[in-house]
Design a protein around this ligand. Structure first.
Ligand code: ADP
Length: 257
């Protein structure tokens, strides 16, 4: 049986998805991109193959996407992140949707019609405060493991705590001074997640059902309800949100068979 692979080489993390001919996921890979995109792509691919118990020779087509997609020498071709996130999200929610992808260094808003065709697209790369990098910095400053942010934020009981600053540097200064003034870390982390959601809203006005993808929503489950409240709409998460782009690339590989 032929297999198809998608590799999403993101600025922060590299993801791989392996599909069979029925488009079932057989394996996944995930590793830090760490500046060496070629090595990260190979490692994520090997992880997915190992999970599936298969070999490189079993894979008929590999498609690369993401910021570092040009570095995947073993890919047959590349597709943009926009194309792949749209495909991956539409695969799980085949109707008119707005895909909101919050990654390590940017956020993207892709509006799709009921056939999965792109109606519009906006990307915000200028404002780091609406991305995963902001949360990474926050975890570092608060000396909290990144993976614990969402859990901590869910203990917040004071919704009046807000962050007024727009840029990461000012937001971080504001957080530290609020901490010194006695504001609880859980309230500040919840406010920081809310600020990420507000940056999405500032990127553009959103109307319609949202499908949220990317590492930030994957690792911060609380963000689903925060996004729904801030965007005032229904927000769905696909299975494995961080792998949506890699899934889309694997679907493009299967289509090319
Ligand atoms: P990109 O495609 O831009 O590389 P991703 O969509 O993979 O980005 O998301 C990366 C972001 O996901 C990181 O910046 C971080 O905020 C978050 N993240 C990744 N791994 C974890 C983790 N183990 N715990 C909490 N957050 C994480």
């Amino acid at each position: 049986m032929k297999l198809f692979a998608g590799i999403d080489v993101g600025s922060a993390a590299t993801k791989a998805v392996l599909l069979d001919e029925q488009l079932q996921v057989l394996g996944r890979g995930l590793t830090a991109s760490a500046g060496d995109f070629a090595a990260a792509a190979s490692l994520a691919f090997e992880q997915a193959l190992a999970q599936a118990g298969r070999k490189r020779a079993d894979v008929a087509v590999v498609v690369a996407t993401g910021y570092g997609r040009e570095n995947v020498a073993f890919a047959a071709f590349q597709r943009t992140e926009i194309d792949c996130h749209a495909r991956g999200a539409f695969h799980h929610f085949p109707r008119a949707i707005v895909v909101v992808d919050i990654g390590g260094q940017d956020n993207k808003i892709i509006q799709l019609d009921d056939r999965g065709h792109r109606v519009s697209f906006t990307m915000n790369r200028k404002c780091a405060a609406g991305t995963g990098a902001f949360l990474e910095e926050l975890a570092l400053r608060l000396k909290i493991p990144l993976s614990k942010l969402s859990e901590l934020a869910s203990q917040s009981q004071d919704p009046s705590v807000k962050l007024g600053s727009y840029c990461t540097v000012f937001a971080m200064t504001e957080i530290l001074s609020q901490l010194r003034a006695g504001v609880k870390p859980q309230d500040l982390v919840r406010a920081a997640l809310e600020s990420v959601a507000r940056r999405v809203l500032e990127t553009r006005v959103i109307s319609g059902e949202v499908v949220a993808t990317g590492g930030v929503v994957a690792h911060n489950p609380l963000l689903q309800e925060i996004l729904a409240r801030v965007l005032d709409t229904t927000v769905h998460l696909p299975p494995d949100p961080q792998h949506t782009g890699a899934l889309g690339a694997a679907l493009a590989a299967a289509q090319a068979r």
